[in-house]
Design a protein around this ligand. Structure first.
Ligand code: 9MR
Length: 382
């Protein structure tokens, strides 16, 4: 009797242990076969995305799952810009920015702050400032308050955004005009370094592949370095199309910036396949082309991309990611400007109300074919 009980117990424990082992093995296998961008590019560079307010507030569970599965870095698309976070002289809106930072921390993500100083989307009251001293005071308060609040929480700050013209000369922003020179950049980087000593500090701009604009960035970075002011990276926004810029121009900029001893980040990647008013150049949001609204020639893929267009986008993304992989020692992050095609600013710029397909996830939040192309590059490289 005793022996019978004993052997039943033994049988039961063997079964229990082997079931447990099998379950463990299954979980490991599942983890291994769960494909994602962040896992595929793990060890190369971070893979980021820009979140809109709804995504920060987690209003759509499907999108939240997609964001946390695929990405390990986030940027707020609009909610930390001056007009949003500091709309009146003594009023700050921290509700969404706090939620944004908490979302990043909860999901162990690299949290980017975008942006401390930008001439665009500036609160109207700042544009009314008429003298340098007042502007210095207000910039100081703004940076100390915001960078200070998220000290140790925001990992990387776009300290200054879009300070240069296309030919590399200083943009005549309110900051430049009242300071009389580019020294406002020195102030901004100094303040950010003090308020958020552990954060990575970045100069961010579009069209940084352009040789002339590249020279402007080199001037800005060298000037800060010569004065002993901390700058850690150059953010190349990367609002590109299937036609350009050339891989060679992008590569030359990666090398030039890296040669300055700073990291390179691709901070706002998207690829448009729509025809654009051909005189259009760059990503300055002030440009608008109302006369093309509703023109079907300018909006050819309302019912979906053609096979040819899909292939062009896939090829372009492959070329871009092959370049990124070639220079992965210089690149710390690649961030897409949005999670899915439906959210992209490129549906409304430079022409309102178009149907664009610039990202790796569709309007249904499902990965598109181009997603597989980007992942496959890594499998090839292994
Ligand atoms: O994607 C952003 C869009 O929702 C805003 O309407 C727009 C307003 O300025 O800004 C867009 O993001 C910009 C980013 O902050 C800086 N680089 C260019 C981006 C596209 O315009």
């Amino acid at each position: 009797m005793f022996n019978k009980i004993n052997s039943t117990l033994l049988l039961f424990s063997i079964c229990f242990l082997s079931c447990k082992e099998a379950k463990k093995e299954n979980t490991i296998q599942n983890q291994e076969i769960e494909i994602s961008l962040k896992k595929s590019y793990n060890g190369d560079f971070l893979i980021g995305t820009a979140l809109n307010t709804g995504q920060i507030k987690e209003v759509d569970a499907k999108q939240t799952t997609l964001i946390t599965k695929e990405f390990n870095a986030i940027t707020p698309e609009n909610d930390l810009k001056w007009e949003q976070i500091h709309p009146e002289k003594d009023t700050y809106n921290f509700e969404v920015s706090d939620a944004y930072v908490a979302f990043g921390k909860k999901n162990n993500m690299h949290v980017v702050g975008h942006t401390l100083l930008w001439h665009s989307q500036l609160a109207p009251w700042v544009n009314e400032i008429k003298n340098k001293d007042t502007l210095v005071n207000q910039i100081t308060k703004h940076i100390n308050t915001i960078a200070g609040r998220y000290k140790g929480k925001i990992d990387s700050w776009d300290v200054v955004n879009e300070a240069l013209n296309e030919d590399g000369t200083p943009r005549e922003s309110i900051f430049y005009k009242l300071f009389g020179d580019e020294s406002y950049l020195e102030l901004a980087f100094k303040l950010a370094a003090k308020a958020a000593p552990d954060a990575e500090l970045v100069y961010n701009d579009y069209n940084l592949w352009k040789p002339a604009k590249r020279e402007g960035v080199i001037r800005v970075v060298k000037n800060l370095q010569a004065k002993g002011i901390k700058i850690d990276g150059v953010g190349m926004q990367a609002h590109w199309s299937i036609e350009g810029p050339s891989i060679e121009d992008i590569e030359n900029s990666i090398i030039a910036y890296s040669d300055l001893g700073v990291k390179v980040m691709f901070t706002e990647l998207d690829v448009t396949a729509l025809p654009n008013p051909w005189e259009l150049d760059g990503a300055a949001v002030e440009q608008s082309y109302e006369r093309y609204e509703g023109d079907p020639k300018m909006d050819p893929y309302v019912d979906g991309l053609t096979e040819e267009a899909k292939q062009k986008i896939a090829k372009r993304y492959e070329d871009i990611f092959n370049l990124f992989l070639k220079h992965k020692d210089k690149i710390s992050r690649v961030t897409f400007w949005g999670v899915n095609d439906g959210q992209s600013w490129l549906n409304d710029w430079p022409i309102n109300g178009r149907t664009n397909y610039p990202l790796l996830f569709g309007r249904d939040n499902k990965p598109k074919e181009v997603y597989n192309n980007v992942i496959a590059l890594k499998n090839k490289a292994k």
